[in-house]
Ligand binder design. Structure first.
Ligand code: SF4
Ligand code: SF4
Ligand code: SF4
Length: 272
């Protein structure tokens, strides 16, 4: 039973959020929404513990498709960063604002970049590509994320400042077009850099929130230095180039860890 504590702990966190938002916002949608996401993510972790090979992908597809197809395309919520700015400017604490607060701003203090490993609908597609571990050294172009971050803010601010009508509709189309661009750029970069997660490393504007918050993450992979034989396998399989044998918070690419557990699975000494 002890080994199932992590999925139970995660489910408890999501249920706490689900019930709190349901009662404070007087809207049962939040209960169903966060319960569904919590159950999907916990199921992925549970299956991982049961040694199911595609455990993480199960969670990623369950949550990613729900957010992209149901919330985004059917319900018309812009769940991308532009949607976050939009709801923030309108002063409405719902949809993308809550999604960002839970998954990408305050949640990472507890579960780091679990969002990136188990829920993101962009990575859900990118992770099907052939370069699961990068085949080339990391490029020094991470600054691009600040440009895309600023671009998303300027785009939404301009819509408000110019008093354009039909903003809801514009935001819906921005969501559709934005996703097509993300997928096209993500896939092209993955092949160009031989690295499925190149988009996450250099372009994704959400990492401007995710990286600093996940620095303080409660959940993180630790290395037992007494067991480690410095074979380097963990770093070879890591999709995010994390120096996982270094236990300090300042470890190289430490804020990039997506908690995929590839390093843990491949460590021959069970040191992680
Ligand atoms: S870095 Fe961005 S695109 Fe990549 S998984 Fe995280 S949120 Fe998704
Ligand atoms: S795979 Fe395990 S033993 Fe090898 S370097 Fe990493 S932590 Fe150490
Ligand atoms: S392989 Fe390990 S260090 Fe790398 S992202 Fe996955 S969990 Fe984090």
């Amino acid at each position: 039973m002890k080994k199932y504590m992590l999925p139970l702990f995660m489910l408890a966190i999501f249920e706490t959020v689900a019930v709190t938002l349901w009662l404070t916002q007087n809207n049962p949608f939040y209960f169903f929404n966060f319960s569904y996401i919590g159950i999907s993510v916990s199921l992925g972790v549970f299956l991982y513990i049961r040694n199911y090979k595609h455990a993480r992908r199960v969670a990623q597809l369950l949550v990613g498709l729900y957010m992209l197809v149901y919330l985004g395309m059917i319900c018309g919520e812009n769940m991308q960063i532009e949607g976050f700015w939009y709801y923030l400017f309108t002063g409405v604490f719902e949809a993308a604002t809550i999604h960002y607060a839970v998954a990408k701003i305050f949640g990472p203090l507890i579960f780091g970049r679990g969002w990136c490993g188990y829920a993101c609908w962009t990575a859900m597609v990118l992770d099907f590509l052939p370069y699961k571990a990068p085949e080339a050294p990391r490029k020094k172009i991470g600054w691009i994320r600040y440009v895309t971050f600023a671009g998303s803010l300027v785009f939404v601010a301009a819509l408000f400042l110019t008093h354009v009508g039909n903003l809801e509709k514009i935001m819906f189309y921005a969501f559709l077009i934005g996703n097509v661009i993300y997928y096209a750029v993500g896939i092209a970069l993955a092949f160009a850099f031989r690295d499925n997660r190149a988009f996450c490393k250099y372009i994704c504007p959400v990492t401007v929130f995710l990286k600093p918050m996940s620095y303080f993450s409660l959940l993180r992979i630790q290395c037992d230095q007494n067991k480690c034989v410095s074979c380097g396998k963990c770093k070879k399989v890591c999709p995010m180039d994390v120096d996982v044998t270094d236990n300090s918070r300042k470890r190289k690419n430490g804020t990039e860890c997506i908690l995929c557990f590839e390093c843990v699975k491949n460590c021959p000494k069970n040191a992680l």
